[in-house]
Design a protein around this ligand. Structure first.
Ligand code: BTN
Length: 262
């Protein structure tokens, strides 16, 4: 199937308030998140969508890179003002994960699950990652704008050795990247504008890969294991450790046993 990124095709199916002049498509760019951060519009009245066919320096969380080869994935970022959000900006990663899962499930007719906080898995493999970054004006305590970057492996056939056992592709039938982009963006902005934090967290929890499962993590240099019991209204993960403590994880990464990925 011919699958060129097309602004016209994307706009055809956009139902949210993204203006045509605010959609930017690049053949190649270092990182769509970095581009948005350079734009740094603190007063962007309506969202700006930046998409690339490939990234030469795609970035992930915790200083990692995000493999972004030409023509086989969706690498996109949305820059928006915090004034336009109905949900707290700290829940944007949760909002993007929920939107991606909901839309990919409808498109592919199978389950997509979120490994707290932002990795999306299907059939035991990571198919999508999300990176949210804030733009804070000098002398301000809170961000005035936020960038949410979404990377989805659509039909990437091979991955670098270090992620070949973890990463996978969505491989949808008869759906173009243009259509997936529009659907994910529509859903993401609907959540940002219309959902309450509780509604969002309930939806997010329904896609969770970790709830009720045994997980391990490192906090302040100490290793813990326990069961993930809940995700609170702030998107934090609640863990009952094997030593009977209750720990609230605000950020970082958790590990799951390999049997738990499906
Ligand atoms: C992760 O897996 O830790 C997050 C990956 C986020 C990747 C996306 S691709 C579009 C946007 N631009 C980037 O440089 N990163 C995000």
């Amino acid at each position: 199937m011919i699958d060129h990124l097309s602004k016209e095709e994307i706009l055809k199916n956009i139902s949210c308030d993204i203006l045509p002049e605010n959609v930017h498509i690049f053949d190649s760019i270092d990182s769509t998140n970095s581009y948005c951060k350079k734009l740094g519009r603190e007063d962007c009245a309506s969202p700006i969508l930046v998409i690339a066919d490939r990234q030469t320096n795609g970035r992930g969380r915790l200083g990692r890179s995000f493999f972004s080869p030409m023509g086989t994935g969706i690498y996109m970022s949305v820059l928006q003002s915090t004034n336009s959000l109905a949900i707290p900006f700290s829940l944007l990663t949760v909002a993007a994960g929920t939107a991606v899962c909901a839309e990919l499930e409808n498109i592919c007719n199978k389950e997509f699950k979120i490994k707290w906080v932002n990795d999306i898995f299907a059939d035991g493999r990571k198919v999508c990652g999300i990176l949210a970054e804030s733009i804070i004006a000098p002398n301000n305590a809170h961000p005035s704008a936020v960038v949410v970057g979404i990377g989805i492996n659509i039909s990437t056939p091979d991955f670098p050795e270090e992620i070949e056992n973890i990463a996978g592709s969505v491989n949808p039938d008869n759906v173009t990247r243009n259509e997936i982009i529009s659907r994910v963006i529509n859903k993401f902005l609907e959540i940002c504008r219309k959902y309450s934090a509780q509604e969002l967290i309930d939806r997010y929890k329904s896609h969770s890969l970790v709830l009720g499962k045994k997980i391990s993590f490192v906090q302040n240099g100490k290793a813990y294991s326990g069961v993930a019991t809940d995700i609170n209204i702030d998107g934090n993960l609640i863990v009952e450790t094997t030593h009977g403590e209750t720990i609230t994880l605000k950020s970082g990464e958790v590990s799951l046993g390999s049997k738990n990925f499906v």
